[in-house]
Design a binder for this molecule. Structure first.
Ligand code: NDP
Length: 240
């Protein structure tokens, strides 16, 4: 392993948390980075801080045409696309009985359609070049369900299944699931139920920092072409 990643890597949800940490981690590897999220001002500041081969464009993953334009812009900027990290996600938790249909829809749109839109944008290119790597950030919530997290977990089970399906259908394309446990980020800041927001704060007392997930993503990317890291689950210990 050289520590050098000579690839063009696209990252969604790069304006905060795990996405931002992944940008910082990969910038140190020499990878060419094309980063997206809706908050362009944060992306601009990050790209300016890191300099070098970090370019950005505003991205709403729920908009298929917008995602296609994002991938096309990365290709125009760097000549090719090698890796897509589908990291953008939202988690407005609530019990089912609260019937927060708008929040269910938003989670399904960002967490599931967003991942599918990203795959749709890169897949024809990856098939044509007979190589490519899709890294999907799922969650420990792709393996277990918690009260008030039924819809969120459903979206992450879906991400798990989509990634596994991609892997099975395309032997020439690497597909990696990253499943973090609790990480201290802005995720869930939009929870509208005060009791659940307080519960999340309690959970976060034992949490990872986002760089732990960034290192797991880097590990998957650094493997030789013939090695596909199928899934990495990363959870905090009491040492945090
Ligand atoms: P953050 O809230 O810090 O980051 C979420 C990112 O997603 C932001 O950059 C946000 O950018 C972006 N995003 C949200 N909606 C959209 C959209 N429509 N289009 C484009 N980007 C969007 O949370 P995390 O870093 O924690 O989350 C990253 C991923 O990790 C998510 O998929 C999350 O589900 C997953 N995860 C997180 C865990 C945790 O405990 N934190 C645990 C397990 C999984 P912007 O608002 O600028 O668009």
């Amino acid at each position: 392993m050289t520590g050098i990643i000579d690839k063009t890597v696209l990252i969604s949800g790069a304006s905060s948390g795990i996405g931002e940490a992944t940008v910082r981690e990969l910038a140190a590897t020499g990878a060419r980075l094309f980063i997206g999220a809706r908050r362009g001002e944060r992306l601009a500041a990050l790209a300016a801080e890191l300099g070098g081969d970090v370019a950005w464009q505003e991205l709403d993953v729920t908009d298929a045409a917008n995602f296609e334009a994002f991938v096309a812009a990365a290709e125009a900027r760097f000549g090719r696309v090698d890796v897509l990290i589908n990291n953008a996600g939202v988690m407005p938790l609530s019990p089912l009985a609260a019937l927060k249909r708008d929040e269910w829809t938003r989670m399904i749109d960002v967490n599931v359609h967003g991942v599918l839109n990203g795959i749709a944008a890169v897949l024809p290119r990856f098939v044509a070049q007979q190589s490519g790597h899709v890294v999907n950030v799922a969650s420990i919530g792709a393996h277990l369900v918690l009260p008030s997290a039924a819809v969120y977990c459903a979206t992450k089970y879906a991400v798990w299944a989509i990634t596994e399906g991609l892997r099975l259908e395309h032997d020439e394309i690497r597909a990696t699931i990253i499943s973090p446990g609790v990480v201290a980020t802005e995720l869930g800041n939009d929870i509208t139920d005060p009791a659940i927001a307080a519960g999340l704060k309690e959970w976060r007392k034992k949490s990872l920092t986002p760089d732990a997930i960034a290192r797991a993503i880097r590990f998957a990317l650094e493997q030789p072409e013939g090695v596909d890291v199928n899934e990495i689950i990363v959870r905090p210990t009491a040492a945090n």
